[in-house]
Design a protein around this ligand. Structure first.
Ligand SMILES: Cc1cc2nc3c(=O)[nH]c(=O)nc-3n(C[C@H](O)[C@H](O)[C@H](O)COP(=O)(O)O)c2cc1C
Length: 376
């Protein structure tokens, strides 16, 4: 597949990228990238919850000196959109995570690399840092590593030391997927990783993590052995001590879990239901965010993801207390049909739409966003 040099004029929003991706991805890859758990109600509810949240703009405010910058964990970001960890990106496009890294850095977007990346984490960091220029500078956005705790601590420690050495600036521990969701769409499509695509940063002998339901042995005792390795708060406490990097927990919906994360020294939480890919019928993230933000938002970083498809959604997330947001599927759709250019275009669209939303709501900068900008 050729990477596009430029984006056709008819692609003007994220939904247009999705339609192009559907054209180029086969049914196997489409089921993996576009699907969710079970009836996919959470997958849809995430999108709908942002859509149904109504803006209440203010007019005639001075907008001079406007910008989209936000502060996150002591850094200034050019804008509040980060790319969420998404596994196996070489299945979407041969350039995979490298294309994503180049595009993110070029567009000043933070990037969270998945444990299940199909490209070595050192190569991704190098691509990001090369394009971004000085890694110590304030912009562009941060480069973080997403961690699935491995059954063997040595394997986790090795991943951590590689991520630290490669220049990743935080660890994002995913806590909402101790087992794979019941992915009906994937099972109907008979989903299999294509030959040559695998989680290259993990040792060869390890199974998919989290274990896939369709590869789980039938017996209760075998399921029990998988659950034995399910991470607990004690493991998070261990992790916070085991790395010199700040740790964020991804997959928090309950305010009490956010408080517990704060108590044991996490630097932030990501309000997320894994894009509706793990447990179906959970609360959409737009509805979970305010409770978490109220509980811990002044004391730690609060981010949110799930269903963000418009700059107005980014704006709404900031009104509800997020300091920044992440997107998953949208940039994979850009990657699938147009490589790095498609990812860059997706980020640019979101950033531009966010900037427009700011101005039309009467905010010169994200710091001017107030609860009153949403209708209650
Ligand atoms: C195909 C796919 C693979 C994903 N892989 C991971 C992963 O390896 N680790 C992780 O923490 N989250 C993973 N996620 C979840 C995303 O990080 C993110 O929470 C979610 O995609 C946000 O919802 P959105 O896709 O509606 O933007 C994945 C999501 C998708 C769509």
């Amino acid at each position: 597949m050729q990477a596009l040099q430029s984006i056709p004029n008819h692609i003007v929003c994220l939904a247009d990228h999705e339609a192009e991706a559907r054209r180029v991805l086969d049914d196997n890859a489409w089921a993996y990238f576009a699907g969710g758990a079970a009836d996919e109600l959470t997958l849809q509810a995430n999108v709908q919850a942002w859509q149904r949240t109504q803006l209440l703009p203010r007019v005639l405010n001075a907008l001079q000196g406007g910008h989209t910058q936000v502060q996150l964990l002591g850094r200034t970001l050019a804008h509040p959109v980060l790319l969420a960890p998404v596994a196996y990106q070489r299945m979407a496009h041969p350039d995979g995570e490298l294309a994503t890294a180049l595009a993110a850095a070029a567009q000043g977007a933070g990037l969270v690399l998945s444990t299940q990346a199909s490209t070595p984490l050192e190569h991704v960091a190098q691509a990001y840092q090369c394009m971004a220029g000085d890694p110590a500078s304030d912009t562009p956005g941060p480069l973080w590593f997403q961690l699935y705790l491995q059954p063997e601590r040595d394997v986790t420690l090795h991943l951590l030391s590689r991520a630290e050495a490669a220049g990743y600036q935080a660890i994002v521990l995913t806590v909402d997927a101790p087992v794979h969701g019941a992915r009906d769409r994937e099972r109907r499509a008979g989903f299999r990783l294509p030959p040559g695509i695998r989680a290259v940063n993990l040792p060869m002998h390890l199974p998919a993590n989290p274990p896939a339901t369709d590869t789980l042995p039938d017996s209760t005792s075998a399921f029990e052995s998988v659950l034995q390795h399910a991470p607990t708060w004690a493991d998070v406490r261990w992790l916070v001590q085991a790395t010199r990097l700040p740790v964020l927990l991804k997959g928090i919906l309950h305010p009490d879990d956010a408080r517990q994360a704060l108590d044991i020294g996490a630097a932030g939480v990501i309000v997320s239901n894994h894009g509706g890919r793990t447990l179906d019928t959970t609360l959409p993230t737009a509805h979970a965010l305010p409770g978490v933000a109220q509980a811990v938002g002044t004391q730690m970083a609060v981010l949110a993801d799930g269903g963000i498809r418009r700059g107005t959604d980014v704006f709404k997330a900031l009104v509800l207390g997020a300091h920044a947001v992440l997107v998953g599927k949208p940039y994979i759709y850009g990657l699938a049909h147009a490589g790095a250019v498609g990812v860059a275009h997706t980020i640019r669209l979101l950033r531009d739409e966010f900037e427009i939303a700011l101005a039309l709501c009467g905010c010169a900068t994200p710091a001017h966003i107030r609860p009153e900008h949403l209708f209650k």
